[in-house]
Design a protein around this ligand. Sequence first.
Ligand SMILES: Nc1ncnc2c1ncn2[C@@H]1O[C@H](COP(=O)(O)OP(=O)(O)OP(=O)(O)O)[C@@H](O)[C@H]1O
Ligand SMILES: [Mg+2]
Length: 687
Amino acid sequence: MGRIRVLADQVANQIAAGEVVDRPASVVKELLENALDADASRIRVEVEAGGRKLIRIIDDGHGMNRDDALLAFERHATSKLRTADELLSIATLGFRGEALPSIASVARVTLETSTGEDTGGTRLEIAGGKIHHVDDAALPRGTTIAVADLFFNTPARRKFLRAESTELSHVTALVTHYALAHPEKHFELISATHTLISAPPVARMAERVYQILGKDTLAQLLPVAAETPLGHAGLPDPPPWKRDPDEPTRSPGTLRLTGFYSKPELQKLNRNSIYIFVNKRLIRDRLLMHAASEAYRNIIPPTSSPVILLFLEMPPEEVDVNVHPAKTEVRFRQQSVVHDFVRDSLRNALIKARPAAAFLTALETSPAASPSLLPPPISRLPGGAEGLPPEAVPDSGDGSSLSTEAEPFELTPRPIAPIPGKLPFVPQDPATQNLDHQLWGQAAAALLGPPSFPGHEDCSPSSGSTLSYDRGTVAETERVEAEQAASNLNHLGSLRPLGQLRESFILAAGDDGLWIIDQHVAHERVLFEKILRDRQVEHVQRQRLLMPLLVELKPWQMVVFAQIAGELERNGFEVEPFGPQTLAVKAAPVGLEGGSLERMLAEVIEQSSEVLDEPRQNEDLAALRTRIAASIACHSAIKVNTPLDPVRMEWLLLELARTEHPTSCPHGRPIALLYSWKDIQRAFHRI
Ligand SMILES: Nc1ncnc2c1ncn2[C@@H]1O[C@H](COP(=O)(O)OP(=O)(O)OP(=O)(O)O)[C@@H](O)[C@H]1O
Ligand SMILES: [Mg+2]
């Protein structure tokens, strides 16, 4: 007799469950996706003990008849896919027919479902993969699935579940994200008797952001919308002789993007606050993360990351969703088109909006207002694990725990003295960067975050721990949007300089309030963009030095210099070797001389060696170019403690207004802060 045997269904289902279901939040994800696929307009999620004891999801979708209800728990039973061809254009969130049998193999499941027709509904009980009862029942249209005692028959897996509060926070993060993606639907999340999320339908995405994430987060985000027709459908067209003349030509369709991006003043230390939905599916995608970071190149420091909420829509055949067991990764058929579209749309939106950093808002709310793009902490629920202090919650060891070690979070520049208390971040282990850890880990931290921060209480849309809708939402959202539009940097050119503060900051009056402009970084931005422009047309202004400047280098620095000599020459340098370890600088870009020139060269060589160490050649060159430009700009710009007469101040403001990114210097520091007229009036108690 041979050795190979086909596994029993129950064993096969448990193996599949290992991939599909690893914690309560993944059960919630599958059931939520099913409800959305069933066209539900109202979805209520109830959990007990963080979902370990019970998860119940109630929807008003199209429901199932009795036969379908029974079939739904068979492996590979799905109503969403029939042929292999359809796999190439999946428009639903589910398609494998694996979720329900997987869940039912490791929990006790009760399904109540009805199509709302005269035939009535069905009630079905199944535990550990075995059907125990099937009854007819009078039920309204829709489906309710209750999943109790998760992993009751797989103790090894149950052991890996974390504290109730951790699991609950993962569930909360998940419902939050799906609610953001579907503003037209009603979402509720209830834990025991507490309503954690209550989000009735709203007409606009901004209102949903306001409902779920609060006013302050909305105030720090700006909307983006763009679309582009695709050049061709799916993979590139084959050459004419390989084309099938009978195959109908498909229309290529459109790539659409909507969402929100953060003002440059809001910076994160990792990419955990970039949320990307593709055809309403929340995904983690390195390509798009990279595109988002690229959009902010030279606007925020390379070590920082923006906050982004992006919804991409494209024809389903443009994206392969069948590449990850939990369906959290996708592959685009036209990768570089999607990448460049996202990068350029965000970049253009940033150039257009030119958001000003609000002086007072930063002071009042910054670190507390949106430590992450997640609901405010729910730390004071009466009773239950939610009320536990962070140190009472055991570390999960998987990067998703409520570690008390806070990841540093600060705006640039830090506007106030450090705030006592722990910031709600989880240190990220790069080795464990997957969706679960990144998204859900943050939620864990956000939920039991700091006990209280100044200004935090009034940043949630309503009082208490419920993230609920309030009737003022529409007006309030519009007010926030109007304020955002008003305070942009287009007005810089028409400001009236009043003088300098300590010969370092220009004070200027405008219709919108009082501006404070950092003269050094302002000039740095002006020069930086000019250098990049001039370099492009090979027209950098250089000046001959009266005496060549001799620079001593170490042997490794000579090696780096040899690699960047061409780029330096294009930027206006004329440098020749002068002995084995000495360079003679004969000409340099206008504005650079003496000590500044020497420091600039040392800095560029140092930074270039870091860039050249990295493996990605193409990016290296672009990065190298901008670093050299940034370094020249920094060392030739007007310094602090330099008196400026009104003419020079006006000139600087005018030049700054003409730049593409007057928001921040190439290293990411803000250039201009606005103390708005409204804030001034408010501070003097006039409004
Ligand atoms: N809430 C629901 N309302 C109506 N029908 C549902 C619901 N949940 C599940 N179904 C039906 O049960 C089938 C099986 O669900 P299941 O989640 O196991 O697989 P799927 O959604 O088709 O694929 P995947 O495994 O990728 O989620 C679905 O195809 C759908 O027809
Ligand atoms: Mg499903």
